[in-house]
Design a protein around this ligand. Structure first.
Ligand code: C2E
Ligand code: CA
Ligand code: CA
Length: 766
């Protein structure tokens, strides 16, 4: 009997296994899978029923309870119901006295299976072997009870006869079938996940899976594309074959250590392709551990960085290198300086910045064209590059400006300065050698400014400014040597910059006004005045030209001051013209070099005269010799134009410049103004006397007036009279005065009174 049951169960199980394979193929069509599974399970039940064990008295037993209960439990109501319908249909078709009982067993099995499923899904029952066995046991106890209670005479006997084998074999069959179905379900789920994983594996990143000994198990297509190795060439080999010589073993050791500690590592690595090319890749490695926490695999992803690096390098090249010479540009220099300065702070050793500027490079471009200029700069850059030591950086800042950054010179300032200077002198020599370009032999000297640094406090920009300042100082001093930056110089420069801004503000606020210093003739009659600029500064009070003229000249602002003075002088002349006492006064106005050369100067001045209504004959312009020599022909042209309108000209500070007869003759002058230094030294120095005498003779021969300025004493005045000077200006007569004071001085001034006031006898001019 037992053998029967076993045979029967085995057959049913085998059938079920075949049938349930179906569920795999239908994974994407869930509903259809359920319908067919139900149908097939029903057929399996029917197959079981055809091979039923027949007992005496027409009783049959088969595995329907096992199949249907498990079908309901594992497949749910739809599968269970369909299988039940098929089985019940067959049983009814068979007919006979046991049909009702048979269908009853079918119904009980399915309902019991569903009840178990319900409790299982609710989490109230598990699916362990024991639980499944109990499930099968109780189910078949119910089936047995069902038989035992049948209103048939020998039912109890039969139930007892079958009971033991049924309650042993059937629950075991239930357990096996349930497990089989569970296994099939799990396997098809695993397969699905594997397929997803395999698809995910083929991404645009190269993927590599190795075992714990770094032996390659699997790579994806991208990995093959990047490395050039096909999967078959890699699988089974160790990853060492992918390494380049770009890293030492310690590097890989460090990666391994971090992997063990953190479970992951990522960074840039130089690897080798199949063809031997070394390339940069971004590598991320993760450790895979099994459920016992033991290392089982490494999964790595790689990204080829060759193209990105190339693009980066190109962008870097454009942004950080000068296109003409290929030297680093300002941005890269500043970046590099920051590093070097940081390093200097740490090491305590001085570094230096050498600022080179070619003297008169502009003329190369102007004389020979830009092509020659460019070639010369390229050659310079090459010479600088060749002369550099490995640790130094050279950069091109502007047209003809190069900078060299030296590091790690010395911890003693003096010593560092010495080394920097040696370096600069050596380079100067190299750069001074002739440049042979397009058949030309060009010679150029360079000026060098140097600044030393030992920490990062100053900032790279400031250091560059310092070196540049030192270079300009070197240029200005016309020294052959090199010039070091001096902090005092910087203070002066910043003061100057502030002053420049202040002058601009003062010009807008019209704070520059004329003071008037009288000019007199030999009879001590006032002939006019010189206007001298004063700055009525809102905070600093009244400022004399010494405080601002030089800075204004350098900043190109003095022309604007002069124009304001000229306009005010014109207005004043116009006012004085209306009064007979002042109508003949002549105003002398100082003019800076640049203003005369300005293209529209003549028009501007004539416009001032016209607007104010001043008589041009009452205006005298004081120019210095040196400025006239800059461009004699333009100066003559301009002066001639103005002279036709009656404007007068005086040469200021005469005797201190090159005083040459040749140009004096050509200039349309009215007056020579003897410089005050000769007047001051008149009593002590015979040469001053001789010079004044010569100037007076010269003026006489050229039919020019002579005026002496800086006359402070009667002694000087008398001496000048003796030397045939006929016009005077100086503190002896009057200091520069504001308008109102000057006008009252004018009103009070009388030559005779003047002598009395000074208690001096009046001397008639000779
Ligand atoms: P400068 O044109 O040679 O002017 C004469 C300077 O000598 C004036 O100084 C005047 O105050 C001073 N001075 C006059 N008499 C005596 C004297 O008896 N003894 C001494 N020790 N000094 C005397 P200031 O006003 O300080 O002007 C200095 C210079 O500033 C001027 O020299 C002139 O070159 C320049 N300057 C003044 N005003 C202007 C201006 O409006 N435009 C331009 N471009 N330069 C001006
Ligand atoms: Ca003057
Ligand atoms: Ca003067």
């Amino acid at each position: 009997m037992i053998i029967h049951f076993v045979e029967h169960s085995a057959m049913v199980l085998a059938l079920c296994w075949l049938l349930t394979l179906n569920s795999r193929n239908w994974e994407t069509h869930n509903r259809l899978a359920k319908l067919t599974s139900g149908f097939l399970l029903g057929l399996a039940t029917v197959a079981g029923m055809t091979m039923a064990i027949e007992l005496e008295g027409g009783w049959v037993f088969d595995g329907r309870s096992v199949i249907l209960s498990v079908a309901a439990f594992a497949g749910g109501p739809v599968v269970g119901a369909i299988a039940a319908l098929v089985a019940a249909g067959y049983r009814i078709w068979l007919g006979g006295g046991g049909a009702v009982t048979g269908v009853g067993v079918i119904a009980v099995s399915v309902l019991f299976g569903l009840a178990y499923r319900y409790l299982y899904l609710q989490g109230k029952l598990g699916n362990s072997l024991l639980t499944l066995f109990c499930f099968g046991f109780i189910l078949h106890l119910l089936v047995l009870a069902h038989f035992a209670l049948l209103p048939v005479s020998n039912s109890l006997d039969i139930a007892l006869q079958m009971g033991v084998p049924m309650l042993v074999v059937m629950p075991i069959a239930t357990v096996c079938l349930a497990w089989m179905l569970e296994d099939i379900k799990r396997r098809s789920q695993d397969e699905r996940e594997l397929r997803i994983a395999a698809t995910a594996f083929e991404v645009h990143q190269g993927l590599l899976v190795t075992d714990k000994d770094s032996r390659i198990l699997r790579v994806n297509q991208t990995f093959s594309d990047i490395t050039g190795y096909q999967a078959a060439e890699l699988v089974g080999k160790k990853t060492v074959m992918l390494r380049s010589e770009g890293h030492d073993p310690a590097f890989y050791q460090a990666i391994k250590q971090q992997l063990m500690a953190d479970g992951r590592w990522q960074g840039e690595v130089l690897s080798k392709r199949k063809n031997g090319d070394v390339y940069p890749e971004w590598l991320s490695v993760s450790v895979v551990r099994n459920n016992k926490g033991q290392l089982s695999h490494f999964v790595s992803s790689i990204e080829d960085m060759t193209e990105r690096k190339a693009a980066e390098a190109q962008i870097r090249g454009l942004a950080f290198f000068d296109s003409l010479t290929g030297l680093p540009n300002r941005s890269l220099l500043l970046e590099r300086m920051q590093h070097v300065m940081d390093a200097a702070s740490q090491s305590g050793r001085y570094g230096a910045l050498l600022f080179f500027d070619l003297d008169g490079f502009k003329s190369v471009n102007e004389l020979h064209g830009r092509g020659v200029g460019d070639k010369m700069l390229r050659e310079m850059a090459e010479r600088i590059n060749d002369a550099l030591y490995a640790s130094d950086t050279a950069a091109r800042l502007g047209a003809d400006q190069f900078v060299i950054l030296l590091e790690n010179l010395s911890s003693a300032r003096q010593h560092a300065a010495g080394r920097a200077e040696q370096y600069a002198v050596r380079l100067k020599k190299i750069l001074r050698k002739p440049y042979l370009i397009q058949g030309l032999e060009l010679y150029k000297s360079v000026s060098v400014g140097i600044t030393l640094f030992k920490n990062a406090d100053d900032g790279a920009d400031t250091l560059l400014q310092e070196a540049e300042m030192a270079m300009y100082q070197a240029k200005a001093s016309l020294k052959e040597g090199v010039n070091f930056f001096d902090p005092a110089m910087q203070a002066a420069v910043s003061t100057r910059l502030r002053l420049e801004e202040d002058i601009q503000r003062g010009l807008l606020a019209e704070e520059f006004i004329p003071y008037f210093q009288p000019q007199l003739d030999a009879a001590c009659q006032v002939t006019g005045a010189e206007t001298l600029a004063r700055w009525q500064h809102p905070e600093r009070g009244l400022l004399a030209p010494g405080a601002f003229i030089e800075v204004a000249e350098q900043a190109g602002l003095v022309e604007l001051i002069d124009l304001q003075m000229l306009r005010q002088a014109c207005q004043q002349l116009a006012l004085w013209q209306q009064n007979p006492d002042t109508g003949s006064l002549i105003l002398a106005v100082n003019l800076s070099a640049r203003l005369l050369y300005q293209a529209n100067f003549v028009e501007t001045l004539l416009a001032y005269l016209q607007e104010s209504g001043a008589n041009p004959r009452r205006l005298k312009l004081e120019l210095t010799e040196t400025m006239l020599l800059d461009d004699v022909s333009t100066a003559i042209e301009r002066m001639q134009q103005l002279k036709t309108h009656g404007i007068r000209f005086s040469i200021d500070d005469f005797g201190t410049g090159y005083s040459s007869l040749a140009y004096l003759q050509k200039l349309p002058l009215n007056q020579l103004k003897i410089d005050q230094s000769f007047v001051r030294e008149l009593s002590e120095s015979a040469s001053s006397e001789a010079i004044i005498r010569a100037i007076c003779a010269l003026a006489d021969s050229l039919e020019l007036e002579v005026i002496a300025e800086g006359v402070e004493t009667f002694q000087q005045y008398h001496k000048l009279l003796e030397l045939e000077c006929r016009n005077f200006q100086g503190y002896l007569f009057g200091r520069p005065m504001p308008l109102l004071e000057f006008e009252s001085w004018l009103a009070a001034h009388q030559p005779s009174l003047f002598y009395q006031q000074h208690n001096e006898p009046r001397r008639a001019p000779l």
